[in-house]
Design a protein around this ligand. Structure first.
Ligand SMILES: *[C@@H]1O[C@H](CO)[C@@H](O)[C@H](O)[C@H]1NC(C)=O
Ligand SMILES: *[C@@H]1O[C@H](CO)[C@@H](O)[C@H](O)[C@H]1NC(C)=O
Ligand SMILES: *[C@@H]1O[C@H](CO)[C@@H](O)[C@H](O)[C@H]1NC(C)=O
Ligand SMILES: *[C@@H]1O[C@H](CO)[C@@H](O)[C@H](O)[C@H]1NC(C)=O
Length: 363
């Protein structure tokens, strides 16, 4: 149905039968119009959507000349180009290959990258497309571009958003953004203990993985009794975190540690003190060195030294001619006598006081 051939035929006919000119001209016009419509119809793909230029533009798809109503020039064919509908596409049109897509691998679904061919885009693990999928099919469009080349995003960067996690009493949670895969931790205020899940995960269904935890006040148990100590002014039945209590040692007992005890965050009391007893000195019949002075036991008040204090005893040398010092330390009522120390006998002490061990010359 070539218009040129038809015109040539008319010219021949007209030259011989000029009277039929008008009629034949009219007929031929009708005929031509009919053939053109038929041609377009033949090429029309019944499945091809009608042209939606604006929709195509949204994805950056540039529509080629439409052939829904017109014929394409000889160098192009009328084919379906997605949202652009029937369009005039140059034969042999191809899309770029290879294609680099961030965080993804692109594979051709077939051997070629020609118009209408497909490319499979597969996100690397841990990455997703904006719609949450990890695989997409992209096709080669009539404008010579692939329909889909968006990069895959880090799963944590995706725009899936959970609502802010619940607020809790006596506690708090980390700030947003609350994206897919985000773990939000909860903490309790000072003096409160967390119960339940300490962190919630923003899931793909845009819900949090757990219900929020709760915070409960922490109390210390009843303060313990300490031997030889009095607990000062504690009458409250409960001892929340931060409560301070004091212990006082009985008279003559030495406070070993801090009198001040605090209820800690974990519900335990801080280090408790001890009340340490004074030590009796076992050397009755010789002098000792105490506080830098050489003293008989009756020169030391009550014959007792304090916890932690040291006392030097006198021991006889091996050849028994002179004295050596041996030290011992008082610990909670016990002052160990050095092994080398021999307590003088009653007779030695009374008959030869100058010869008891502490009175002979030092070595
Ligand atoms: C994800 O977001 C972080 C910071 O927000 C950014 O440094 C990183 O490049 C993003 N990753 C991807 C794949 O977009
Ligand atoms: C701890 O003490 C608070 C008051 O300070 C009280 O409300 C709470 O029930 C106590 N908790 C426990 C576990 O005893
Ligand atoms: C409580 O905490 C203190 C100081 O951090 C620690 O010494 C103690 O062992 C803890 N007690 C318990 C029961 O965990
Ligand atoms: C006895 O022994 C001490 C040392 O243990 C020494 O200094 C002293 O000279 C000795 N005396 C005699 C008489 O041997």
């Amino acid at each position: 149905m070539q218009p040129k051939n038809s015109s040539w035929v008319f010219k021949c006919i007209m030259s011989r039968f000029p009277s039929l000119l008008l009629l034949v001209l009219l007929l031929s016009l009708l005929f031509l119009e009919g053939s053109r419509q038929m041609g377009a119809k033949n090429m029309k793909d019944p499945m091809c959507p009608s042209r939606k230029k604006n929709l195509a533009a949204l994805t950056g798809h540039i529509c080629q000349r439409s052939c829904e109503r017109r014929i394409c020039s000889q160098s192009r064919t009328c084919v379906c180009d997605g949202d652009c509908g029937l369009s005039c596409i140059p034969p042999g049109l191809s899309c770029p290959w290879p294609v680099m897509i961030d965080n993804a691998e692109a594979q051709l679904a077939q051997e070629s990258n020609m118009f209408g061919d497909f490319m499979k885009v597969i996100c690397h693990s841990g990455f997703r497309m904006a719609d949450g999928q990890d695989v997409a099919m992209s096709h080669c469009q009539g404008d010579g571009k692939w329909s889909f080349t968006a990069p895959c995003e880090d799963i944590l960067n995706l725009s899936t958003i959970c609502k802010p996690p619940p607020e809790i009493e006596n506690g708090f949670h980390e700030d947003g953004p609350y994206k897919l895969g985000r773990e939000v931790r909860y903490r309790c205020n000072y003096g409160y203990r967390l119960e339940g899940a300490s962190s919630l995960l923003c899931q793909e269904n845009e819900e949090w993985s757990h219900t929020a935890p709760t915070c409960h006040p922490v109390n210390c148990s009843q303060p313990p009794n300490i031997a030889q100590a009095t607990l000062v002014a504690v009458r409250k039945p409960e001892h929340p975190v931060g409560t301070v209590i004091y212990y006082l040692c009985h008279k003559d007992f030495y406070l070993d540690g801090s009198e001040r005890v605090v209820c800690l965050e974990n519900g335990s009391w801080s280090q408790l003190p001890y009340c340490r007893a004074r030590c009796p000195i076992s050397a009755q019949r010789s002098r000792v060195i105490y506080n830098g002075r050489k003293l008989w036991i009756n020169e030391i008040p009550n014959g007792l030294v304090h916890h932690g204090e040291t006392v030097k005893f006198f021991c006889r040398s091996q050849n028994k001619t002179c004295s050596l010092e041996a030290e011992s330390r008082c610990f909670d009522g016990v002052l160990k006598t050095p092994d080398c120390y021999d307590e003088p006998t009653y007779l030695q002490y009374h008959l030869f006081p100058k010869r008891v061990v502490s009175e002979i010359p030092p070595c």
